[in-house]
Every structure is written in C-alpha cells, then in structure tokens.
Design a protein around this ligand. Structure first.
Ligand SMILES: Nc1ncnc2c1ncn2[C@@H]1O[C@H](COP(=O)(O)OP(=O)(O)OP(=O)(O)O)[C@@H](O)[C@H]1O
Ligand SMILES: [Mg+2]
Length: 382
C-alpha cells in the first residue's frame, strides 16, 4: 500500500464543481488531488503543493484558463499542464497547445482516456525534474571536484617545492659539517702543539660556516614565501663572485679530489637571485666532486667572460656518465646514487634556476674519462 504522501499530486482548476469533483473521485485512488475553483487559488496551491500535473479548464469567468496557463508557465516552465476543453472546441485546444500546454482533454471526458493522459503527463514532469536534479547534482559535483583538484595541485606543487628546498638545505649543511670537523681538528692540533687557541686561517673557515648558515636561512625564507605568488626581486649580482664563493665553500668537502679554479677578474654582472644561482652552482660542483672521489680525480672550475654572456665550466676527471643515462640526468628524481643519499633533484633544480635566469646548461661526458658542465648566462646590458 502506497502512503498518500508518496502518491503523485494533481491539481485540478475548474470553476464548475461537477467536473472538479468527478475528477477528484476518478483520480483519487492513484493520486493526491488538490482542487481550486479559480486560477488565483490554483496558483496559490501550485506554489504550496508543487503538483506533478495540472488540469485546468480553458473557459472560466475572470482569469481564463489560457491566461492561467501563461501564469503557470512563469512559475514552473516544465510542469505538465493539461487543458480541459468544451466539447468540439478543437481550435481552442490547438491554441492552448501552441501556447505551451502539454495535452488536452475534451469534456465530457472518458475515464480511461483521462487516466492515461494524467499518467503520461505526471511521468513527463517527474522525468524532467529528475533530469534537472541530476544536472544540478552533476554541476555541484563538478564544482566540488574542480575545487578539490585545485587544492591537490597546490599541495602537489608545494610538496615538490618542499622536496627541492629540503634537498638544497642539505648541501650547505654538509659544508658546515665538514668545516666544523676541520676546525675542530685544527684546534685540537694547535692545542697539542701548545699554540694559541685561535690558529691562523680559522677566520676564513668561520666565515664559510657563517655564509652557509646564511644560505640555509635564505632557502628557508624562500620556502616560507613559496605560494604567496610573490617572486623574489632580481638584483644586480656578480657571477664571478658567486663562483669564487661556492668554490671556496666546497673546498672543505673536496678531499681527496683536487679542486682548482680560474675566475675572470670581470664581475660578470646580471640581474638575478644570488641564492638561486648559488644553489645551482653548488649542485654541479658537488656532483663533480662526488664523481671524482673514488679515483682521487680533479675538478676544475672556470668562469670566462664573453661579449654578452658568461660561461661557468665545471670539468671533472671522474667516472663520467653512461651514454644511455645522459638524457635523463636533468629529470627530477633521476639518480645513480641510490643508497648514497642522492635524491636526483640536484640537476633538475639547477636547470630550472639557470633557465629562470635566461641561461642554458650543457653536459659532455665520456665514461671513465670525465664530465664537463657548461652553464651559460646572459649578462646585464652595460
Ligand atoms: N659530474 C658528474 N659525473 C658523473 N655523473 C654525474 C655528474 N653529475 C651528475 N651526474 C649523474 O646525474 C645524476 C643526477 O644528478 P643530480 O644532481 O640531479 O642527482 P644526484 O646527485 O644523484 O642526487 P642529489 O643531487 O640529490 O644528491 C647523478 O646521480 C649522476 O648519475
Ligand atoms: Mg647532485
């Protein structure tokens, strides 16, 4: 047994009690029937009850059925409206259909035909409403998914950036660690030899420690401002100076590799970010040292000024790169140092930084002979 509340609802608008009540009796078992004796009362019931179909008499005193149809359409454009027409008034029925009625029934009506017409029109309204709801739900779902996607994208790029920054904080910290050890040994030796507690040269090492701690701090500041949309301002920086500083700072971790450098006296200035260029050069130099450690090789850093650009070359006599690997070395997470703390982000970051400075990075390598990285950066206009 279906509960009354679940039955489809039909609204009957007719000024004559006879047809109104006979419709109610006829439809009652299968529908919840509401009745009104005027268009005005019918419209009130329409907004209150939200019926699934309306049966409305065309000819009524006051507001006519045709006028009523127009008003119904304004309230609910998709609700099925069935016109009740007088016997033989086919022209009026046609006119109503042209104006947007969905069906018509001629008086006096046949009970079976009436039920059929009501049933198919109730069905039409319901299908329409279901489709409309589904469309609304799809739109809502789509909106939610787009929002979720945007959030995931933000998180993914933040995750990627975090991994890069964490990676680069490792380099200066390794350098600091190397120098702290060196310093500790020097102090120990000088104490053993009965020298003064501050041996000559220890100032330089302390300076490098300080520089690299500062780099850690700058990298962290960069991480904190990441995602704010504000790019760090580009300033006039000297590539020769940065190359000298990076060489000086990796010296401590170079042994047993012989590290040498030849840097032009020209400042080689360009507009850029010193922190970024520092991290890029550190990555290339540390890779060269790591590749040359096993065979106690050499790493030579050159900084040569050309007319409009500067070339920074890092040449090593290390193990080289296999031809089938060379195309992959700039890919994120490509590493041959598994188990040796390599993340494979170093060269990926470096390439990005160099390209952000409108430069290029090239590699040439022969296995068992060595590798040369050339970083070319355009200089600022004089
Ligand atoms: N100078 C080099 N000589 C030989 N192979 C190199 C040299 N530089 C880079 N490679 C190769 O390129 C790979 C990728 O280098 P990249 O700096 O991106 O990552 P990584 O050094 O492996 O890891 P991480 O930089 O995180 O410590 C290295 O694993 C190594 O195989
Ligand atoms: Mg590396």
């Amino acid at each position: 047994m279906i509960a009354t509340a679940d039955l489809p609802q039909v609204l009957v608008i007719d000024d004559e009690m006879g047809p109104r009540e006979s419709l109610r009796m006829l439809l009652k078992p299968a529908y919840t029937v509401h009745t009104a004796d005027s268009v005005e009362k019918g419209l009130e019931l329409l907004t209150q009850k939200k019926p699934d179909a309306i049966v409305i008499d065309i000819r009524m005193p006051g507001t006519t059925g045709i006028e009523g149809l127009r008003k119904i359409r304004q309230i609910d454009p998709h609700l099925s409206v069935i016109m009740l027409t007088g016997f033989g008034a086919l022209d009026t029925a046609k006119e109503a259909l042209r104006l947007g009625a969905n069906d018509y029934i001629s008086k006096p009506f046949d009970a079976r035909e009436m039920r059929e017409v009501i049933s198919r029109n109730v069905e039409r309204t319901r299908i329409h409403r279901t489709t409309e709801n589904a469309a609304g739900e799809i739109k809502e779902l789509n909106h939610r998914l787009l929002e979720e996607l945007a959030q995931k994208e933000r998180l993914a790029s933040l995750g990627q950036a975090s991994a890069e920054f964490v990676h680069d904080i490792g380099n200066p910290l390794t350098i600091v660690w190397g120098y702290v050890q060196l310093l500790a040994k020097k102090l120990e030796d000088s104490e053993k030899n009965g020298e003064s507690p501050k041996p000559p040269g220890s100032n330089k090492e302390l300076e490098i420690i300080e520089q690299n701690v500062r780099l850690c701090r700058d990298l962290l500041t960069m991480w904190q401002s990441y995602g704010s949309g504000e790019a760090a301002p580009h300033r006039l920086i000297s590539i020769s100076e940065i190359v000298r500083e990076v060489v000086r700072s990796v010296e401590g971790m170079a042994r047993p590799v012989t590290l040498s450098c030849d840097v032009t006296g020209d400042p080689c200035q360009l507009m850029g970010e010193a922190v970024q260029v520092t991290r890029a050069l550190q990555n290339v130099m540390i890779n060269a040292i790591q590749a040359s450690t096993e065979n106690h090789g050499t790493v030579t850093v050159g900084c040569i000024r050309k007319d409009f650009y500067v070339d920074v070359r890092v040449v090593d006599t290390g193990h080289g790169i296999a031809p089938d690997k060379i195309a992959k070395i700039f890919d994120p997470y490509f590493t041959t140092k598994q188990g040796k703390s390599g993340t494979g982000l170093g060269l990926y970051i470096t390439k990005k930084v160099i390209e952000d400075h409108n430069g290029s990075i090239k590699v040439e390598s022969t296995p068992e002979v060595g590798t040369t990285f050339t970083i070319r950066l355009p200089l600022a206009n004089n």
